[in-house]
Design a protein around this ligand. Sequence first.
Ligand SMILES: CC(C)(COP(=O)(O)OP(=O)(O)OC[C@H]1O[C@@H](n2cnc3c(N)ncnc32)[C@H](O)[C@@H]1OP(=O)(O)O)[C@@H](O)C(=O)NCCC(=O)NCCS
Length: 274
Amino acid sequence: MITQKYKSILDKLEPYLFCNSRNTQEFNLKPLGIEIKQELIFDCMKTESAQFFDLITKMDNLTFGDQGMGMDRWVLYDCSAMPGAIFGLAIRVNELESQLREKMNIPSSYQGYVPLSMYIAIPTAQPKHWFGHNLSSLNGQLENKIPGLGLLTKAMGILTMKIEKQYGATQWNNPALCIHAKLAPLELLTSYTPIHTHKYSLTYLAHYSEQQILDVLNNREVSRPTQSFSLSGDDKEQIQKIQKEIEIGDKFWICEPPTIANELSTYSIYKEDN
Ligand SMILES: CC(C)(COP(=O)(O)OP(=O)(O)OC[C@H]1O[C@@H](n2cnc3c(N)ncnc32)[C@H](O)[C@@H]1OP(=O)(O)O)[C@@H](O)C(=O)NCCC(=O)NCCS
């Protein structure tokens, strides 16, 4: 059903869900046919969930802390777990690399699972439209990398939360755009976002279907617009020009995952003719 690359991740890791338990009845608790174990469905309103939540905050700090976007606990509670969900993949603590166990400061008495990735989405006022609030994986901290961890996490999170349309905001040159654009072409809603902490953030809208997610996880091509021009993630002038054009009604898409060289991304952009 999915390629070996992703199957082998699921041989080692288990899906988990951290949310308001009243939301779970709306979710698919068997994404890709894999049941999320009861012990890995955490109710954010239960005291017993606090220990796993601590590990989520540690992961967030290791992945977003250096970008100045690590979340306060209340943000994870008020703006993630309560309204939407935190979905991710976790490893049994005795299978975790000891260096990462130390970095995460996990007590020797801890017996449970440790989250290695998370995708957070929050529903918006528009039916079936969500906001992809966070995507992270600890691959950057692992000595033995798990290729595909970030992508599989987002794919399974979308299936779990039954997301059909997803807004997202991220920074130009962020490698996560490889994942976002692999799962679907991205319509640019902003290319320059002075309201955001990082003004060279973009806002996108992506459409998903279960079939399309399966196609990506099977290395099958998904339908994409054809490139009109290429854009460097460092071309601030062009990025601001695109924003002006978006604001007068022009439409742009990131067609496919960017190519990355020396941490600089080049994007393939489609502009719709009016
Ligand atoms: C960005 C992040 C989620 C990627 O996670 P990951 O587990 O390394 O990603 P994957 O292994 O699933 O990679 C998916 C694809 O992206 C590519 N990719 C990921 N990181 C890359 C990088 N730094 N440079 C080049 N390509 C990269 C992979 O090569 C892979 O492509 P492929 O499917 O063609 O092989 C992770 O590095 C992270 O948590 N970063 C910090 C937090 C962050 O900025 N999140 C993004 C918010 S929008």
